[in-house]
Design a binder for this molecule. Structure first.
Ligand SMILES: [Zn+2]
Length: 477
């Protein structure tokens, strides 16, 4: 039984799709006025593993991820989205490019990054600017039904008309009144109302026609419009980062449920934010990392994938370079293991496999994943299998039939882990043997032999890098 933590229920719930065998899946995508960073990658990777596991379980998943190509505010304190400030436009002015050029550039970057991380592309990436008519239709209906009001070309959602506001985040109107800072807008009836449409100031570059003014949509309406367009009024899963819960997803629920009169989303799945060296990522602290920053230091994108999977998506992950080293070593361990299995599987295969050698591992893998996508536990199952395989190998008991069975099992579970093992990440056995001999020499403090072996390995085109606890990694030169 697959259980998934639902932010809405504040509990792990058994997953049941609305339509048998099919899952409608929406992910809040990038705002394309800047490079996506490793925190964004963590969030998209969670959605990716969830989608992959649903497919593993036999579901047909339709995944939609929007591209926010109209700029929006993100800071919580101006989260009501009313200041008229547009980040995409600001960036365009700064870089002397049109907003469309800026959006296109960062969208390409986002797609490239997802590809390098082996995050499956969504089935469709709708752009906000291509869905203004759908947004206008929802806003007009909300005004008609009395949930929204227009003043001076600005339209606001009236949250006192939707008593359920706050049911996802716990930020009810009463709670909100205590403490939170707000950006005032003279046309608002209530300071807690949020913008659906805003009149554009003259200098604003991105503006669209609407029945109310030449303006632009509020921050939240695009996701209500695009999810309804491609997944219907009610769908199964909506994912995002924990910073999306309030106000973004709260506002999406208010707009969508008042518009359709139906329940919006069955399961809300949120990824916890990523920390870097124990601190929140920020440009001012200079701890804002992109994928390139990691690749430039010689790490494989797959090592980052392993690092992210090594912590649970709802626990606080702390990125450090030491943890990257560990992930690199684990990636190498997996690559070496695959390499060995492939070599052994080529041998004579007349003998029969011990039936269900991997059976117990499959059960443990599924138990881990069924428990709210416990990827760290699922990875530890894989590491146990590697240890057992290595023991068999040492005893010369790893037959080609067993190797084949393990490889088949690996291919199945790797559809969920999503690791790419390339030629470059596979190190030939004779190099590994030399590296192991060198490790033994180092353990005996025989540094003359260890240095000799290092040189030998280098002559063969590989470089050894030593890690903590006598661990090491091998790189192709
Ligand atoms: Zn969204």
């Amino acid at each position: 039984m697959f259980k998934l933590y639902n932010t809405f229920a504040k509990n792990k719930e058994e997953f049941k799709s609305i339509n048998p065998g099919k899952v409608g899946f929406y992910t809040c995508g990038p705002t394309v006025y800047d490079y996506i960073h490793i925190g964004n990658i963590k969030s998209y990777l969670t959605a990716d593993v969830l989608r992959r596991y649903l497919v593993y379980l036999g579901y047909e998943v339709r995944h939609i991820k929007n591209i926010t190509d109209v700029g929006h505010l993100t800071e919580d304190d101006i989260a009501q989205g009313d200041s008229g400030d547009d980040k995409l436009v600001k960036k365009a002015l700064l870089e002397k490019k049109s907003p469309a050029e800026i959006a296109f550039f960062y969208e390409e970057y986002f797609r490239e990054t997802e590809k390098k991380m082996n995050i499956l592309p969504a089935h469709f990436f709708p752009r906000a600017t291509a869905h203004i008519p759908q947004m206008i239709k929802i806003i007009a209906t909300l005004i008609e039904k009395g949930f929204a009001y227009e003043k001076n070309g600005n339209v606001f959602f009236s949250i006192k008309k939707f008593p359920e506001y706050g049911k996802l985040s716990g930020n009810t109107l009463e709670n909100l009144k205590i403490g939170a800072r707000l950006e005032e807008h003279p046309d608002k009836e209530d300071p807690w109302d949020f913008a659906l449409w805003l009149r554009a100031p003259k200098e604003h570059l991105m503006k669209f026609n609407s029945p109310w003014s030449l303006g632009y949509p509020g921050w939240h309406i695009e996701c209500s419009a695009m999810s309804a367009e491609y997944l219907g009024d009610t769908f199964d899963i909506h994912t995002g980062g924990e910073d999306n819960i309030f106000p973004h997803h709260e506002a999406e629920i208010a707009q969508s449920e008042c518009f359709s009169g139906k329940k919006f989303v069955a399961y809300w799945v949120h990824t916890r934010l990523l920390m870097v060296d124990g601190k929140k990522m920020s440009k001012s602290k200079n701890n804002f990392y992109r994928l390139e920053d990691i690749l430039e230091k010689g790490y494989d994108a797959m090592a980052l994938r392993i690092l992210i999977l090594s912590s649970h998506y709802r626990s606080q992950m702390n990125f450090t370079w030491e943890s990257m080293d560990q992930a690199k070593s684990n990636f190498q361990k997996i690559s070496v293991w695959i390499n060995n299995l492939m070599n052994v599987s080529l041998g004579d295969s007349k003998e029969k496999s011990q039936i269900s050698f991997t059976h117990i591992y499959q059960k443990r893998f599924e138990d881990a994943m069924n428990d709210d996508l416990n990827t760290p536990l699922a990875l530890s199952v894989l590491y146990d299998l590697i240890t057992e395989t290595n023991k068999l190998s040492v005893k010369n008991k790893l037959t080609s039939a067993i190797a084949k069975e393990i490889l088949t099992f690996w291919k199945r579970i790797n559809k969920v882990f999503g690791l790419i093992i390339t030629e470059a990440s596979i190190i030939p056995n004779f190099i590994i043997d030399l590296a192991e001999k060198r490790k033994e020499a180092r353990l005996k403090k025989d540094f003359a032999t260890s240095d000799k072996l290092r040189n030998e390995i280098e002559k063969l085109g590989y470089l050894i890098e030593d890690l903590k606890d006598n661990d090491y990694t091998i790189k192709k030169l």
